[in-house]
Ligand binder design. Structure first.
Ligand code: TRP
Length: 359
């Protein structure tokens, strides 16, 4: 190995390894399978095969999200660099997604960027993508962290102006209460000069939303079914793919895509390592993921509740997807805050009225 390539290698810090996390994962799997709507924790989606399938999803014609997000980033990366002056770029849930490179390009060109910190639960995927980035951006030091964005925000490097990116509408995969907890924790760790950049998929025509998760080649179905394969392998379970149909449908009440499987017939599945038998009724759903879609007013209100402020809101030309630049709410005093909350409330009420009218 040459000296240059040694210098460009990524550093990887492991906050959580698989063996340490196993008891908690087993526990959350048991809890999810006992929930009112049975569910499998989404981590089961992202083994090596799952990560590869997800990568394929991001290239599907029906799955518009990454292209729309890329369009916005290409148009706004320079403005983001100017406004944030970020020296450290942190990416939460880094995975293999490519859009972060548009941001790296913008910040690197602006000249202030010193460090890139990708954080992901999957060590294997993270190591590979950290190496690729280190080789492509020789001026940037890559310090990857194997961790969980819901629990490890406090362990992120804290010196220098930071831009924390959360792309791909991954924020929509959290339940509302989880999202609220995440935003509050974020507000607590965000310094005055730091910024948060979040990719958000927007509420739109139901047919388009449903086709984004029901692609004609069936890649999304394979991705979701892979969770069963992973649980069979890792937990000694007896899930039989044939006994389930894939289903991804729009839930208008919660404004999220409900993604998972449905039992064709009543049957039981045993999960040896959890010492658990799970009975399914005919047609009973097994949820694997939710993917919430947002409206601007509602997101701003949620941010305000967590003491965060949406500084900029950019969408693609078609209005399918948004990127929000979010700062810590530094306005002091209750007066200003209550005024802001009132505004947000009125906005929420107005948007509810508009959507009722349009129904
Ligand atoms: N963040 C992505 C989304 O909500 C994750 C995702 C894409 C996904 N396709 C999926 C999750 C299919 C579960 C099933 O769009």
């Amino acid at each position: 190995m040459t000296r240059a390539s040694t210098e460009q290698r990524a550093r990887v810090e492991v906050l959580r390894n698989e063996a340490d996390g196993r008891p908690a994962l087993h526990e959350s799997t048991v809890r999810s399978l006992h929930a009112e709507v049975k569910e499998l924790p989404a981590v089961w989606l992202y083994d090596e095969r799952g990560s590869r399938l997800y990568d394929e999803i991001t290239r599907l014609p029906e799955y518009y999200l990454p292209r729309r997000e890329g369009e916005i980033l290409r148009a706004r990366a320079a403005a983001i660099a100017r406004r944030t002056q970020a020296r450290t770029l942190i990416e939460l849930g880094a995975g293999t997604a490519k859009n972060i490179r548009l941001l790296l390009d913008g910040l690197d060109t602006a000249g202030a960027l010193e460090r890139f910190v990708p954080l992901d639960v999957s060590e294997q995927t993270l190591r590979a993508s950290a190496e690729t980035i280190a080789a492509a951006y020789p001026r940037v030091s890559v310090e990857a962290i194997v961790g969980d964005f819901e629990r490890d925000l406090g362990a992120l490097p804290a010196n220098g102006r930071r831009l924390i990116a959360f792309l791909g509408s991954t924020i929509g995969n959290l339940y509302p209460e989880q999202r609220n907890g995440f935003l509050r924790t974020l507000a607590a760790v965000l310094a005055r000069d730091d910024a948060f950049l979040v990719g958000i998929d927007l509420v739109k025509d139901v047919a388009r939303l449903e086709s984004a998760y029901n692609d004609s080649r069936g890649v999304t179905e394979l991705f979701v079914r892979n969770a069963l394969t992973a649980v069979n392998r890792e937990l000694g379970a007896t899930f039989d793919q044939e006994r389930f149909v894939y289903e991804a449908r729009w839930d208008p009440e919660h404004e999220w895509m409900d993604i998972g499987l449905r039992a064709r017939k009543a049957h039981a599945v045993s999960i040896q390592h959890l010492e658990l038998d799970v009975a399914f009724e005919e047609c009973e759903p097994l949820r694997v993921e939710i993917s919430s879609k947002f409206r601007r007013e509602r997101f701003e209100l949620e941010a305000a509740k967590a003491r965060l402020q949406v500084e900029s809101w950019w969408t693609d030309a078609a209005g399918d997807f948004a990127i929000a630049l979010v700062l810590r709410d530094t306005s002091a005093g209750t007066k200003v805050n209550s005024k802001r909350e009132e505004t947000a409330c009125l906005q929420a009420a107005r948007s509810a009225a508009t959507s009722t009218r349009s129904r």
